[in-house]
Design a protein around this ligand. Structure first.
Ligand code: COA
Length: 291
């Protein structure tokens, strides 16, 4: 297969890495979830994407048909434990789920004092409750079979905090605690549980909800040591690594993929232009060495 048609996130693992495995990816039809799904499918998994909107499934299902991937979809609201249980029982009857990716999320910027109780509940319901329900119901099958992987998607503001996302930050902090708790609780069943914490990356959902105003994206990029946004494919590559045997001794870990954004930089730091100079191997403009 030509390199150009390999999903970029799947480039770093051997072909067939996930052969014979079944993956369930919540929110798997768009954004980061889509790139994870494409990578898993390309590397041999049977992938089932599950989310509320059937329209979000169409592109991946069509691509799967074209490329000969095994891709399926289900309508699911992860906030509804009975719906999650029903899907888990259905898939269990077909052999069960080996890889669970808890990716479904809801997020938007809203000052805490203006956040309604329903808005708080909506985000906590999707992110925190949904991750627990999926882990619990799909985890039961993994426990029975004595093997499985769970990958959760969190955010660095789960521990740094961030203005405007008290709902999401609180929920993601809970998911991080869940990741570590289930990692120690279920290791004896052969189940690894890990997380990734993506920094800002190009995605329609995030752009609409997290940097909706003109100029915001550029101001955020200015804060990133690598001086650019990531891509969904770069985030997905780390998710695939954590689900693969390449990380077989990694358990309860949260892998930060943010270009260094969450590191403290409270003393001198070069401006973006200086960092571009540094990339070109020149001394920063205005520094003694550049004169
Ligand atoms: N700002 C403030 N409040 C918001 C909001 C926003 N942008 N979006 C939703 N809410 C509030 C609603 O007003 C409602 O509260 P209210 O009834 O007190 O007014 C509450 O959240 C529930 O909203 P509703 O749309 O009925 O719920 P929902 O369950 O259908 O969807 C979300 C909630 C969060 C999932 C939905 O707004 C969404 O899809 N957001 C973007 C998802 C996304 O792109 N995620 C990726 C971002 S990284």
């Amino acid at each position: 297969m030509k390199d150009s048609i390999i999903p970029p996130a799947a480039r770093w693992l051997p072909h067939g890495t996930f052969s014979g495995q079944v993956a369930l990816v919540t929110g798997g039809g768009t954004g980061l979830g889509l790139e994870i799904s494409r990578g898993l499918a390309h590397l041999g998994a049977r992938v089932i994407v599950a989310s509320r909107s059937v329209e979000h499934h169409a592109a991946l299902v069509a691509e799967g048909r074209e490329r000969g991937w095994s891709v399926d979809s289900r309508v699911l609201d992860v906030r509804e434990p009975t719906h999650v249980e029903r899907l888990a029982l259905e898939l269990e009857a077909q052999g069960g789920v080996d890889l669970l990716v808890n990716n479904a999320a809801g997020n938007f910027l809203c000052p805490a004092e203006r956040l309604s109780a329903r808005a708080w509940r909506a985000v906590l319901g999707i992110v925190l409750d949904g991750t627990f329900y999926c882990s619990r119901y799909f985890g039961r099958g993994m426990i029975e079979r004595g093997r499985g992987q769970i990958l959760n998607v969190v955010a660095t503001y789960a521990w740094t905090g961030m203005a405007g996302v008290v709902h999401s930050a609180s929920a993601k902090a809970g998911v991080l605690a869940m990741t570590r708790t289930l990692a120690v609780e279920w290791a004896r069943h052969g189940i690894r549980v890990n997380a990734i914490a993506p920094g800002p990356f190009e995605s329609e959902g995030a752009a609409n909800n997290l940097w909706p105003e003109a100029g915001m994206k550029e101001r955020i990029a200015e804060q990133i040591p690598l001086a650019r946004f990531g891509s969904a494919e770069e985030m997905a590559a780390h998710a695939l690594y954590l689900l693969s045997p390449a990380s077989s001794y990694v358990n309860g870990e949260c892998f930060v993929v943010d270009g260094g954004l969450s590191l403290g930089r409270n003393m001198w730091q070069p401006a973006n232009g200086a960092r571009a100079d540094a990339r070109r191997g020149r001394a920063p403009r205005g520094s003694p060495r550049s004169r």
